[in-house]
Design a protein around this ligand. Structure first.
Ligand code: ATP
Ligand code: MG
Ligand code: FE
Length: 348
């Protein structure tokens, strides 16, 4: 199916058209420069900016795909989870277009979109597989059984992986967002210089949770380390070594859990999704570890790791091909478990 999708769940205003797993056009307008001065996303400002540019993003997506409305089979939008005011902008635009052009309308779960980003790398990908979802707001291991059928096997107990990158970058004065900055610096640093905790979740009986993660302790450990270095006069800070050591701890935590989970559940493929899937350390280490266990790893194309509408359109196309569509009364939800995505396709 040929699907137009709109994504406005956070601070990217995006529109894209796909023909199943083939991207016909993809427009992403990031609001990073708007929010940078505040060190994070200001929800009210994000909504207003989406209103200002969503129409232009949609027109541009239509134009560069060289398609007209009669060729579009469905209109999709991220409807959950995300910032409510931001989601509403995309939802209103998508419903309007669906009514105007008499097209099926589909609400899409943002995380299902991140999972589908890897179909843009390999359209022959087929469930079942394990998804390591590592984004700004989520860190989960998801058993992907089929389109719309998901089970969360592990998750973070506190900070998400991307959030940890952002917080540590702020602590090291590397700016916002922090993931790309740490990634770059880490490549020049010594990951073994500072041993940092991987963040284990203790269970009764002296064992650790095999799949859950915790990154807040790691963030605190970096903070203490920075304070100690500053107190002992080690300025300027060895930021490259700090970045490399921090990144290595996150990558170790994610790699260990993803591999253990895939082996335990007998899943031969690990699909990575979310902004942190762009991290070069993670790409390299996970690839290496997986090869040792004869597991296959798949990453989204670089530009589709962080938020975009092509991944949303790709997920929607799969649902549409199966006859799923959403009622025009569908609302937005700030939270929605990935196990509950089929709620979006229930008639009212
Ligand atoms: P969610 O998808 O959970 O709602 P989000 O949409 O805000 O959150 P994404 O767009 O998937 O998150 O990813 C953004 C996050 O990815 C940020 O935290 C950013 O720092 C991180 N990130 C981006 N590039 C890299 C990189 N190369 N290395 C590490 N982290 C990165
Ligand atoms: Mg963003
Ligand atoms: Fe996202």
């Amino acid at each position: 199916a040929i699907v137009l999708a709109i994504e406005t769940s956070c601070d990217e205003t995006a529109a894209a058209i796909v023909n199943n797993c083939h991207v016909c056009s993809s427009v992403v307008s990031s609001q990073i420069s708007l929010h940078r001065q505040y060190g994070g996303v200001v929800p009210e400002m994000a909504s207003r900016e989406h209103v200002a540019i969503v129409n232009a993003a949609i027109s541009q997506a239509m134009q560069s795909a060289h398609l007209n409305w009669s060729e579009i089979d469905g209109i999709a939008v991220t409807s959950a989870p995300g910032l409510v005011g931001a989601l509403l902008v995309g939802l209103s635009a998508a419903k309007t277009l669906a009514v105007l052009h008499h097209k099926p309308f589909l609400g899409v779960h943002h995380l299902e979109g991140h999972i589908y980003a890897s179909y843009l790398t390999d359209p022959t990908l087929q469930p079942p597989f394990l998804c390591l979802l590592v984004s700004g707001g989520h860190t989960s291991l998801i058993f992907v059984k089929n389109c719309g059928d998901y089970e969360t096997l592990g998750q973070t107990r506190d900070d998400a992986a991307g959030e940890a990158f952002d917080k540590v970058a702020r602590l090291l004065d590397l700016g916002y967002p922090g993931g790309p900055a740490i990634d770059l610096l880490a490549a020049q640093g010594n990951p073994q210089r500072f041993p940092l905790p991987e963040g284990q979740i203790s269970l009764p009986g002296g064992v650790y949770h095999p799949y859950d993660t915790s990154f807040s302790g790691l963030k605190t450990a970096v903070l203490r380390l920075v304070q100690k270095l500053e107190q002992t006069g080690q300025v300027p800070l060895p930021v490259a070594d700090l970045a490399a050591s921090f990144q290595a701890a996150v990558v170790r935590a994610l790699t260990r859990r993803a591999i253990a989970c895939a082996l335990d559940y007998g899943l031969g493929t690990i699909v990575v999704g979310g902004g942190v899937a762009a991290n070069r350390g993670l790409r390299q280490q996970l690839q290496q570890a997986a090869a040792l266990h004869n597991l296959h790893v798949l990453f989204p194309p670089m530009q589709f790791c962080t938020d975009n509408a092509a991944m949303i359109a790709c997920a929607a196309a799969d649902h549409l091909n199966r006859g799923h569509c959403s009622p025009l009364t569908l609302g937005v939800q700030s939270r929605l478990a990935i196990a509950d995505v089929m709620q979006l396709y229930q008639p009212d």
